[in-house]
Design a protein around this ligand. Structure first.
Ligand code: ADP
Ligand code: MG
Length: 579
């Protein structure tokens, strides 16, 4: 087991350790958490603290805690902390050693070798410094790997012939965008651009400024935060920011912030987005620069991969979709993907075979429907995605909606599965009525919350924000009849789907005419005969034709179309095949 090589993402904000073995990629929990803050400190007794423990004392003991040491890698400088001074390599080595020790404890075997990642723009000095940090930690750094390359490897780029990938990496303190090309399985960074002082920390700072201003307005006095109060605010705002990735607003309360008064504010996601938009626009400028440097246009990009915790911000996805007209990929956890890719490289270097990373994602988007107004002022119903396609599961997301009428005491909440804005093109999973809303002018806020679990159960909660009045229903998304052509080719699923369709539509009973009932019965009998034929085995071309007809019938039933013609065709074919 000498050749066991782990992968390490030594990040500015957070660090992670992953291993790939027998084709399985695994992120090793460090102190119980896959993400370890890149934070080093010394406690009151002079003990070394690394990771979350160090981050925890950041507020209480900022003087004896170091963060973001990666920014100083390669510099000839010393960082004071506690009673002593250390080089950036030494501080980084504490982080690497913690990963190594915890990794060994969890895996129950020694770790000697690692692939460690660095930003593509790191120069030779910075790379050397990283290698040195590894050595100081008792690790042989067998390869220094570029972070965007690692991300591409995690997405299986090494198994492709030819592809151009854009890696958009927005971390805590830095932003990088890289154009990565794959030629015959060789993954290479073609161009890289970025801003070494742009990331999630800046978003936190904007929220801190916002909170300070709000506090002053509320209490009519100036808040002159000392270091401790500032750090406390920062922690609170970082949490608020994360919640805003999933929720439409957050409520933040910090008691006795200045020793006397409380901070008590609500932040809307839309307001937050307005604050960070100029920063995100800067990332897009970098993106265009990287494309220009690589002599490429957006249309040449095959895939866009999101890396870094801050890419969970919904506005990032939205802007990339608008700018590049490509659906960014975020199935693999953006905080862990670099470490995973590094471990894939490690496994390859130690002679392991290829593998792929398996993640549970939702293949469909889930939306609710609301009134929208077109340019001519006409109102129409439009689907608003709450959980987008390719989101890792389980997922919990919420959006805010408004009543459109004065004294509106009811809202109908509907859940759809599908990618279209037009509800008619999507599959209705179910709907329910929330009654008893307050009698107030239009614009009463209702929060719609979707929780999708690994088993495909979708829990929908509608809450009137002002009162907390809520109603929840749970729907099973697995039985949804998708009008997806790919599905049509899946023999068995299709037959089941048609059964559902028939059952579902005769359930409605009352409004079915006698003729309709007869059509449905005929369709059902024909399906049974077709099913028997498919089971018995017929030649592939006939089977394909039969399946296509069955699928068309299932769709027609779902749409309440007349079935005469399809039944006739099906009957002819079944008759012919039974012969
Ligand atoms: P780095 O590469 O700099 O070590 P990470 O990739 O771990 O950083 O990203 C850390 C940043 O991601 C932090 O600013 C953190 O607040 C932010 N972040 C983490 N989760 C979320 C989230 N759910 N929404 C928005 N930002 C997030
Ligand atoms: Mg990173």
């Amino acid at each position: 087991m000498n050749d066991f090589i782990v992968g390490i993402d030594l990040g500015t904000t957070n660090s992670e350790l992953a291993v790939t073995e027998d084709g399985i990629v695994r992120v090793v929990p460090i102190h119980g958490n896959p993400i370890m803050p890149s934070c080093v400190g010394i406690d009151a007794q002079g003990n070394l603290l690394v990771g979350q423990a160090a981050k925890n004392q950041l507020i209480a003991a900022p003087e004896s805690t170091v963060v973001s040491i990666k920014r100083k890698m390669g510099e000839d400088t010393r960082v004071r902390f506690g009673e002593r001074e250390f080089s950036p390599e030494e501080i980084s080595s504490f982080i690497l050693r913690e990963l190594k020790n915890e990794g060994e404890r969890v895996l129950g075997r020694p770790i000697h070798k690692a692939v460690v990642t660095v930003p593509a723009f790191f120069n030779e000095r910075q790379r050397k410094a990283t290698q040195m940090a590894g050595e100081l930690a008792g690790l042989e750094v067998v390869r220094i790997l570029n972070e965007p390359t690692a991300a591409a490897l995690a997405y299986d780029a090494g198994n492709r012939d030819h592809e151009t990938i854009l890696v958009y990496d927005l971390g805590g303190g830095t932003f990088d965008v890289s154009v990565v090309t794959v030629e015959s399985g060789i993954v290479e960074v073609r161009a890289s651009h970025g801003d070494t002082h742009l990331g999630g920390d800046d978003f936190d700072q904007l929220l801190v400024d916002h909170a300070v201003a709000a506090f002053q307005r509320q209490n009519g006095r100036e808040l002159k935060p000392d270091l401790r109060t500032l750090r406390r605010l920062r922690v609170a705002m970082e949490q608020a920011k994360r919640r805003l990735s999933d929720e439409p607003y957050v409520h933040v309360r910090e008691e006795y912030l200045d020793g006397e008064n409380h901070l008590d504010i609500e932040i809307l996601r839309t307001d937050y987005e307005a604050m960070i938009l100029p920063l995100l626009e800067k990332t897009l400028t970098c993106l265009h620069q990287a494309l220009t440097d690589a002599k490429l246009a957006p249309k040449d990009i095959g895939r866009v991969m999101l890396v870094g915790g801050a890419t969970r911000t919904p506005l990032v996805h939205q802007l990339l979709r608008q700018k590049l007209e490509i659906e960014p990929r975020f199935e693999i956890n953006p905080d862990l993907i670099v470490a995973m890719g590094a471990s894939v490289q490690g496994a390859a270097l130690s002679g392991e075979k290829r593998h792929s990373i398996l993640v549970d994602i939702t293949p469909h988007s889930y939306s609710t429907v609301a009134l929208a107004t077109d340019e001519g002022g006409y109102e129409f119903l439009r689907c608003h995605p709450i959980i987008s396609r390719n989101t890792p599961l389980p997922s919990s997301k919420a959006e805010m909606f408004f009543t459109t009428l004065d004294n509106q005491t009811e809202v109908k909440v509907a859940a759809y599965q599908g990618e279209s804005e037009n509800p008619d093109d999507n599959v209705l999973l179910g709907d329910f009525l929330v009654t008893g809303l307050r009698r107030v002018p239009s614009g009463n806020v209702v929060i719609i919350h979707f929780d999708l679990d690994l088993n495909g159960l979708l829990k929908i909660t509608a809450t009137e924000k002002a009162t907390g009045l809520a109603k929840t229903v749970t729907l099973d998304t697995r039985g949804a009849r998708t009008l997806d052509l790919e599905k049509a080719k899946q023999n068995i699923a299709q037959l089941v789907g048609m059964d559902d369709a028939i059952e579902g539509s005769s359930d409605g009973g009352l409004d079915e005419t006698k003729e309709r009932q007869e059509q449905l019965t005929a369709a059902k009998n024909l399906r049974k005969r077709a099913e028997a034929l498919l089971q018995k085995g017929i030649n592939p071309e006939d089977a394909e034709e039969l399946r296509a007809l069955l699928h068309a019938t299932a769709e027609a039933i779902g749409r309440h179309d007349d079935l005469t013609e399809l039944n006739n065709k099906l009957s002819d074919l079944v008759f012919y095949l039974e012969d």
